[in-house]
Design a protein around this ligand. Structure first.
Ligand code: ADP
Ligand code: ZN
Length: 530
């Protein structure tokens, strides 16, 4: 191992050069480091691959004491610590995978002041023994990585994160940082509030990845579509990742690709460790390898020249989609991400949500994540604009996504939109009620359910006026109207209300183009339940 050097009080840029071998800070890195070295708190929203690590590692080296890094990704801690040790940084971790003797050694090193960085899993940090240990040494900075895990509405909530709000009182005077690659407004606000970072400076990087081209298409013949996409991308023997949701679907896709002459390898948690390691190393070292994997693959894998990422199953959230597609083109060179999705995906995911353990609020949240994902799939507008808008960032149509390059075929959705909006209006005016999409669609389709009868919704003037469209089509109309703000979903239950442009739609003054390719399936009989 390289000799450890003491950088206490050193110039951050010198540390960057000598420890990491980089020439300059990128983007906001220098400002973030300056804020924290100066003792201030920071909230850092930066996309994956943006370079968050050095923003807490450099201050940890420059300030006296040990930098505490809270990270939930135990699997990655080991790699991160190895990489730091290789750069001459004295790093260690504390987690449940260690033996008591290993832990004791790390604890001794910390108390003796022999550590620059200490990685700890949140559940361990919440043990009183860990709090006692930390107070026996000296902390230079507290970095809370994957800070979006504190958000109960996020896609990755972890209850242990809620207790991290107390760190400020426990360690007054130690600058704290919250870092994440998730930047929705709601998450940002929750991080600020729940982690007690009211005085922090906020650093919000652009989430745009201009070198990535976004493409999403409906599933017709998914295997053939995948093969032709990969062939179109692989002329120069470039590497790519194909993401699937289940182990079975990973294995089947990899096998099929091999029969088509594509050098595809499978990767999922159910494969022997030795095989996973072999596949990973071939992917990293050889040209033109296509890794077919579950989403577990890619975290912490630093391969800058991944030229394409394909999704053959619909991701569960826009955050997930963004993170996974973000593994393409980290070198800044043109890259393409492609996804095929179909009705089957939607049905399967709704079923998974229904059957998942967890209370109603939890299921609502999963449903909202799925809806946001579908809104991205079904948008008539620019994919990138939709994606960045989801993360709270405004942009112009990009010219580098499928909908910009080949605008989708649309039809005039004014009439269905008006039917839907007037149902919402009537419920509000005549009954002073608001409902979620399910009940509104049941009214439109003239469904005979207990709830319809109970609420006497069959007496509404709009009852049954939408029987010409299927349940799925109506859901698509709802999502497309939500995506354009014509409808807004409110509260924990996602009850529908009119958005600002709705008045113009009801008057017929506003066009409502809807995507042809995601609609127009034959309507089956309205459902009767119970
Ligand atoms: P994040 O945690 O935001 O996903 P990382 O900290 O892992 O990102 O950094 C992503 C990649 O960028 C890594 O390969 C890292 O070595 C590289 N990197 C980070 N900062 C710089 C810099 N200032 N100059 C050059 N490369 C950098
Ligand atoms: Zn675009």
């Amino acid at each position: 191992l390289p000799q450890h050097r003491d950088f206490t009080g050193a110039d951050p840029l010198t540390v960057l050069k000598e420890v990491y071998g980089y020439d300059a800070f990128r983007g906001d890195q220098a400002d973030i480091v300056a804020q924290v070295v100066g003792g201030g708190d920071a909230i850092v929203l930066m996309p994956t691959g943006g370079g968050k690590s050095v923003t807490y590692q450099v201050p940890a080296l420059v300030r006296p004491g040990t930098g505490l890094v809270v990270s939930p990704l135990i699997a990655l801690m080991h790699d991160q610590v190895e990489a730091l040790l290789a750069n001459g940084v004295r790093a260690a971790f504390l987690n449940s995978t260690q033996s008591p003797a290993e832990r004791a050694a790390v604890e001794r090193a910390y108390v003796a002041g022999d550590l620059d960085l200490l990685y700890v899993a949140p559940e361990r940090l919440n043990l009183s023994s860990t709090a006692a240990l930390l107070s026996r040494g000296r902390l230079s900075v507290i970095a809370i990585d994957e800070a979006h895990c504190v958000s109960q509405w996020g896609h990755d909530f972890r209850p242990d994160y809620l207790a991290l709000g107390g760190l400020g009182e426990q360690f007054p005077g130690v600058p704290r940082m919250a870092l994440t690659a998730t930047a929705t407004r709601a998450t940002h606000r929750e991080i600020t509030e729940r982690l007690g970072l009211g005085d922090a400076k906020h650093f919000v990087a652009s989430f745009d990845r201009p070198n990535i081209q976004y493409r999403i298409e409906p599933k017709v013949d998914p295997r053939r579509q995948l093969v032709s996409f990969i062939r179109s991308q692989q002329e120069g023997g470039s590497a790519g990742i194909v993401y699937a949701l289940s182990r079975k679907s990973v294995e089947q896709a990899a096998e099929y690709l091999r029969t088509q002459g594509i050098d595809a390898l499978a990767y999922h948690a159910g494969l022997p460790a030795e095989m996973r390691a072999r596949h990973q190393s071939r992917f990293l070292r050889e040209d033109g390898v296509v890794m077919v994997a579950t989403i577990a693959f890619g975290m912490g894998i630093d391969k800058p020249d991944v030229r394409f990422v394909a999704h053959i199953d619909l991701p569960k959230s826009v955050e997930g989609y963004y993170q996974e597609t973000g593994r393409a083109g980290r070198d800044g060179e043109p890259s393409v991400v492609w996804m095929a999705y179909g009705l089957g995906d939607v049905v399967q995911q709704r079923r998974m949500i229904d059957q998942s353990p967890g209370d109603r609020t939890y299921k609502m949240r999963l449903g909202q994540h799925l809806d946001a994902m579908l809104a991205l799939c079904e948008t008539v507008g620019c994919r990138r604009q939709n994606l960045l808008g989801y993360f709270g960032q405004q942009s112009e149509p990009c010219g580098n996504c499928d909908t910009c390059l080949t605008p989708p075929e649309t039809f005039d959705g004014l009439v269905p939109a008006q039917k839907l909006l007037s149902t919402v209006v009537r419920l509000q005016r005549e009954r002073n009620q608001s409902f979620g999409a399910g009940q509104i669609i049941d009214i439109l389709r003239g469904a005979d359910t207990e709830r319809i009868r109970q609420q006497r919704h069959n007496e509404l003037a709009t009852y049954g006026i939408g029987a010409d469209l299927s349940d799925q089509d109506w859901r698509s109309v709802v999502r497309q109207l939500l995506a354009r703000g014509i409808l807004v979903a409110k509260g924990d239950y996602g009850t529908l209300a009119l958005g600002e442009p709705a008045a113009a739609v009801l008057r017929g003054d506003e066009q409502v183009p809807l995507r042809r390719d995601v609609m127009g399936r034959p309507a089956s009989a309205p459902r009767a339940r119970r």
